[in-house]
Design a protein around this ligand. Sequence first.
Ligand SMILES: Nc1nc2c(c(=O)[nH]1)N[C@H]1C(S)=C(S)[C@@H](COP(=O)(O)O)O[C@H]1N2
Ligand SMILES: [Mo]
Length: 349
Amino acid sequence: MACPRIKKPWDRIPESEVTPESVYINRREFAKKLGLTGVSLAPFFMGRSQGAETARSPFVAPGTLGSSCTGPYGHVAEFWVKKWAELFPAVRNTRFQVKRTLTDERIFAGYNNFYEFTVTKQRVKDLVEGFEVNPWEVKISGEVKKKGTYDVDDLIRMGKLEERLYHFRCVEAWSANVPWSGYPLSQLIDKLNPSSQAKYVRFVTVYRPNQMPGQKRQRQYPWPYYEALTMEEAMNELALLTFGVYGHPLNKQNGAPVRMVLPWKFGFKNIKSIVKIEFLKRRPSTFWSDASHEYGFWANINPKFDHPRWSQATETFLNTGERIPTRLYNGYGEYVAHLYDENERQFFY
Ligand SMILES: Nc1nc2c(c(=O)[nH]1)N[C@H]1C(S)=C(S)[C@@H](COP(=O)(O)O)O[C@H]1N2
Ligand SMILES: [Mo]
């Protein structure tokens, strides 16, 4: 069965927003810069034929890489590509702009934190192939009127899908500019009608050790992955319930079929492959704060407070390899600064 053709999202990005560097990446320069920062270069350049590397533009539309819509970088679930053909690509909300270029999808989708599969970022894309993302249901429970089990196909239609360019920042001090497709979580919450008792929202990732080798092998972690937000954070307009990336349904390695994107918080709050959303009276713990004292509940990005293992003053931009300054709340202070005290270390780890 042929793959539906996916419109390349960068077709829709106005010239003025994309610098020429994004169209042609000087790989050697990029490698050198990354090398200097201590990030391994291997992920981006290995495992592909050298000939193809030089011949092909760095942008490759998912779905053009292989016969089953799965390419080396774009493990898109064909089922959702077809089912959601009329929803993608979503119209871009131009209120959200990023500095610099968009990160090449082949880079962003080839360098993943998804510990359910492996801790080796460049290997996640290879291990997700057997991960089944349809059918997919999300259970809504707790202090909320419309409890129940929702098919993700119903969930995606409960809000108005849009595309947003967000700056994405991992606590490991790398960052990317990514076009996500989703709708504000607040649109779903409004429809679900939580009670006045609901003060926190908790999310849980799927538990499938047979499809997720890391859940079997890394027994030190409290699987399945779980995260949480205050109700105020969940209702903030930046909090995006996300179903797509680069103009198509999410790649499996990016958290298909549904994940959270919270651009003012470190990457680890951006929970992937969600199967449960709970409304709670009391603050629950989170996967990373239970796994390690190095991480806390808030995890807001702030260049002033260093993580025990990574300085947060600067970050490596995954596209050009540039070292760039980290911005308070990742540059989203106008939306979230009123929620926290930027001088309190507790808000950052
Ligand atoms: N379920 C789950 N969600 C997760 C993770 C994970 O290991 N498991 N890693 C987090 C971390 S540390 C980061 S940086 C981002 C990475 O998202 P990406 O691979 O789409 O860039 O996902 C976050 N969400
Ligand atoms: Mo991360």
